[in-house]
Design a protein around this ligand. Sequence first.
Ligand code: ASP
Length: 450
Amino acid sequence: MKVIKFGGSSLSSATQLKKVLNIVKEDKKRKFVVVSAPGKRSPEDEKVTDMLIQYANSYLADKDVHIYQDKIINRYEEIASELSLDAIVIETIKNAVIALTQLDKKNPDYVLDVYKASGEDNNAKLIAAYFSKNGLPATYINPKEAGIVVSDEPGSATILEESYDKIYQLNNLEGVLVIPGFFGYTRDGQICTFSRGGSDITGSIVAAGVQAELYENFTDVDAIFAAHPKIVTNPKKISELTFREMRELSYSGFGVFHDEALIPSFKAGIQVVIKNTNNPSAPGTRILASRQTNVNESVIGIAGDSGFASIYINKYLMNREVGFGRKVLAILEDLNLNYEHMPSGIDDISIVLREDQLTPDLESALLDHLEKDLHLDEVRITHGLSMIVLVGEGMKRRVGVAAKGTCSLAEAGINLEMINQGSSEVSIIFGIDQAKEKQAIQALYHAYFD
Ligand code: ASP
C-alpha cells in the first residue's frame, strides 16, 4: 500500500479536489491519504492556516473574530458547494470553526495549535465526504485514533516512537483513510502541531508506521529543481536524490519538502516521490537511500538561505586549551541559543547561528559572556549572512569541486566569509553577504550545470 499526501495548493479549490480524486482512484494501492489545509488558489490568495493564526490571535487578544470566522467558513463553503456535498458536511465544519471560541485561554500556545490544526482536520472531513460521494469509500481518521503521539512542544512537536505500533493497526481498516496532516496529540491528549509545512511530516510518519511501499508527496511542481526557478531560469530537474542530499537542500531553502519529513521514511526504508497534482504523469523526483552517481556529476543542487549571523572568537593558544569548545557551547546553551555551524582555525572559531534568535539584549549578553568568561583576545559579530549550500553525493573524492565554486564566486566579485565542508562530503557551504545571495547562486549554477 502507498501513502499519498496532498499539499495545500492541491486542495485549494473544487477544481483541485477533482484532480486529487482522480489521482487517488487511479491506483488501488493509494489507501492512506494525508491532507493539508486548503492553500492558496493564486499568489495573492491566503492560506487557511494563515487565516486561522489571525483568528486565534484576535481571539486571544479579546478582539472581534467574526471576519476571520466568516472568511474561513466561506473557503470551505465554496469548495463544498461546488462539489455538491451534503449540507451536513459544511454544517459540521462551521460548528467546529465557531466552537474554537469556547477554548480556555489559559495556555495561548496550546490554543494557537488547536486553531491551526483545525485547518487540516476540517479539510480531511470534507475530503473523506467528497471521496465517498464519488465512488471511493473513504473514512476520516483523527490523528488520535491513528495513534500519532507527539512531544509536548506547541508549534514544533516531534513524533514519539511509541506511535508506530499503533499506526500499523491502520492496515486493518477497510477502504481509503483520510488523515489530517500537521498535528498529533500529546500523551495528555493535547493537540500540538509540527512546525509550519508539517503535513509532509505526518505523511512520512504514516508511511513509516503502516510500512508503506512508497510515500507519494503531491505538490505543484513537476520535480525538484537543481536551483530555485525564481533565481535561475529553467533549472535542471532532478530525477533522483538521496535522503542526505534532500535533507541538505530542504534545510537550506528548498521549500518543496519539509526537511524533518525525511527522517521517518528514511529510518523505515521507504522511498519518497515528489509529484505534481497538476501534471501527475510527470515522473517527479525520487528520494532514495542511495543512488548511482555518474562520472561527470558532482553537484546535484544548489540552495541558499539568508538570516544568519557569525560570531568570530579569537584567543591566542586556543588550540592548547582543553575544554575551550565546551565552554563556548555552554554559554550558548545557557542563553538557549541554537547554532548551525562552527568552522574553526588554530586560534579562532566562528559560530554561525540564525540571527532571528538574537534580540539586542541577548546579543550583548552573549558577547559579554564570551569575552569575560573565556578571556578572549577578540570577539565580534557579523550580521546579514547567507549560507549557500552545494549538495551532491558525487562530490565525494572528486578533485576540484570546491575550486570550481570558489572561482565562480571570485569572478562574480563575491567575498567568502566562511567555507565549511563536512566530513560526509555531501555538501559544501559558503557564507556570503546576503545581499549577494541571488548572484552567488546564479554564478554557482552556471559553473556546475552549464
Ligand atoms: N497547513 C500547514 C501550513 O500551512 C501545514 C501544511 O500545509 O503542511 O503550514
